[in-house]
Design a binder for this molecule. Structure first.
Ligand SMILES: CC(C)[C@H](C(=O)O)[C@@H](O)C(=O)O
Ligand code: SF4
Length: 471
């Protein structure tokens, strides 16, 4: 046992899941939940080749998201390649008797939105998925991380996984965020500060008064982006906000059982004297609305800034990276970010497509017209329903944006929702890599409110003046 040494949140959850530790330090972990999407077919093929069964069917849950069309749902998928990908997922889930939030399921959505929404993601669990943004689920105080195809097969067959214990890092954000500043601005500020590999090999715990003040949606956005600074996972300690979010969710414990579970969850936060291998603190008051300008999420600056000059870079490697980013993005050194014209917008993805994100964008767009086209894809079918009950869909439509069904959509374009080559997209997603939203497409990452502001003006825009006098 771990004895009486002070432990972090991560340590507490990890320790209760270790079955055995190998001489080389690798630990065999029990896995409480495994989520899978269309990308799981390699792993299922491995099971097929061995004639293997799924060890714990009830702990493996499928979701159709990456390849689902966002239009014309209700009819069979017209595109043969998409139909094949979604069909394969459906067959694999059916063959092994696994629950699936398939194309027509009322709970369908992006896997990292669905898990929390359904109450399948809970504090203190170990959660894996063959997807890098599994870190999202850490917002609940779970250890949640992405795994590769052979690891997925291992989990399916054994409900366990070999892992090396990561180092622990604490990222604190202290103080109050200014008006119009959201979790996305915090996350991009963290990545800009520590770099795209700044948390490599670490399990990050987000702490501090600004993190405590975030809603669960905000915490999920923050943890979602952990992977973009190289972290193994991101976590936030469970508290009253966590418990309020989970109460009454479909698969969460019920009644007396919920009360008992909540008590255990509130015992998960790390001991006050627990130590971390690394610690970074940000001042919330210094965080401005932030946008990316290059081809890595670390290429992020406040909207009030001008574009960097490679000639003034600290070293030749960074100079080359800046030159390459500006070149791909069609921008030049010294240009004002707020003068960069944008061709289209996308509001969606597991980063920023939950109800609060849609409300933030709608608050900017209400009564205004978008100057450029754009797509709004809610993170799940339940989010879509709720947004429609609140009339948010009308605000998006009246502004001139397209309101579509839920899926990964234009975050990665696997379903055909692509940004045309050379076009510049203001996007609520998490990756601005070259070609991420389509071949030759240029992506600027920012918050939903900032994307809405870009839609209204047709350029990268500080949302704050647009919010003045609004609720
Ligand atoms: C396709 C999938 C495996 C991939 C991931 O691992 O993250 C995708 O979700 C992404 O965001 O790039
Ligand atoms: S929405 Fe984007 S980042 Fe999230 S799982 Fe889908 S493709 Fe990956």
């Amino acid at each position: 046992m771990a004895g009486d040494a002070p432990r972090t949140l991560f340590d507490k959850v990890w320790d209760t899941h270790v079955v055995l530790t190998r001489e080389d330090g690798q630990a065999l972990l029990l896995i409480d939940r495994h989520f899978f999407h269309e990308g799981s077919h390699h792993a299922f093929n491995q099971l097929k080749a061995r004639g293997a069964a799924v060890a714990r069917p009830s702990q493996n849950i499928g979701v159709a998201d990456h390849y689902v069309p966002t239009r014309g749902r209700g009819a069979p998928i017209a595109d043969a390649a998409l139909r094949h990908m979604v069909g394969q997922l459906t067959e694999n889930a059916a063959r092994h008797g696994l629950r699936l939030f398939g194309l027509d399921d009322p709970g369908q959505g992006i896997v990292h939105v669905v898990g929390p929404e359904q109450g399948l993601t809970l504090p203190g669990l170990t959660i894996v998925c063959g997807d890098s943004h599994t870190s999202t689920h850490g917002a609940f105080g779970a250890i949640a991380f992405g795994i590769g195809a052979s690891e997925v097969a291992h989990v399916l067959m054994t409900q366990t996984l070999w892992q090396r214990r990561p180092r622990r890092m604490r990222i604190a954000v202290e103080g109050a965020l200014g008006p119009g500043i959201g979790a996305k601005d915090v996350a991009l500020s963290v990545i800009a500060r520590i770099g795209a590999d700044g948390a490599q090999g670490h399990a990050v715990e987000y702490a501090g008064s600004a993190v405590r003040a975030l809603s669960m949606e905000g915490r999920m956005t923050l943890c979602n982006l952990s992977i973009e600074c190289g972290a193994r996972c991101g976590m936030v300690a469970p508290d009253a906000t966590t418990i309020d979010f989970l109460r009454g969710r479909r698969f969460a414990p019920e009644r007396a059982e919920f009360a008992r579970a909540a008590e255990a969850w509130l015992a998960l936060p790390g001991d006050p004297d627990a130590t971390f291998d690394r610690a970074v603190t940000l001042d919330a008051a210094e965080i401005a609305p932030i946008v990316t300008w290059g081809v890595s999420p670390e290429d992020a600056l406040p909207i009030t800034a001008t574009l960097p000059d490679p000639a003034r870079a600290p070293d030749p490697a960074r100079a080359a990276q800046i030159r390459d980013g500006l070149d791909y993005m069609g921008l030049h050194p010294g240009q004002k970010l707020s003068e960069v014209p944008v061709d289209r917008v996308f509001i969606g993805s597991c980063t920023n497509s939950r109800i609060e994100d849609l409300r933030a964008a709608a608050a900017v767009l209400a009564g205004r017209k978008a100057r450029i086209p754009g797509l709004v894809s809610p993170g799940s079918t339940p989010v879509k329903r709720q947004a429609e009950e609140e009339g948010l869909d009308r605000i998006f439509r009246e502004a001139g944006l397209e309101w579509v069904e839920s899926g990964c959509s234009m975050c990665v374009g696997m379903n055909g929702d692509l940004v045309p080559a050379g076009e510049r997209c203001a996007s609520t997603t998490n990756r601005n890599f070259k070609g991420r939203q389509g071949k030759g497409a240029r992506t600027h990452l920012m918050s939903p409110a900032m994307v809405a502001a870009a839609a209204v003006t047709g350029r990268l825009t500080d949302v704050r003046p647009l919010l003045e006098g609004r609720a």
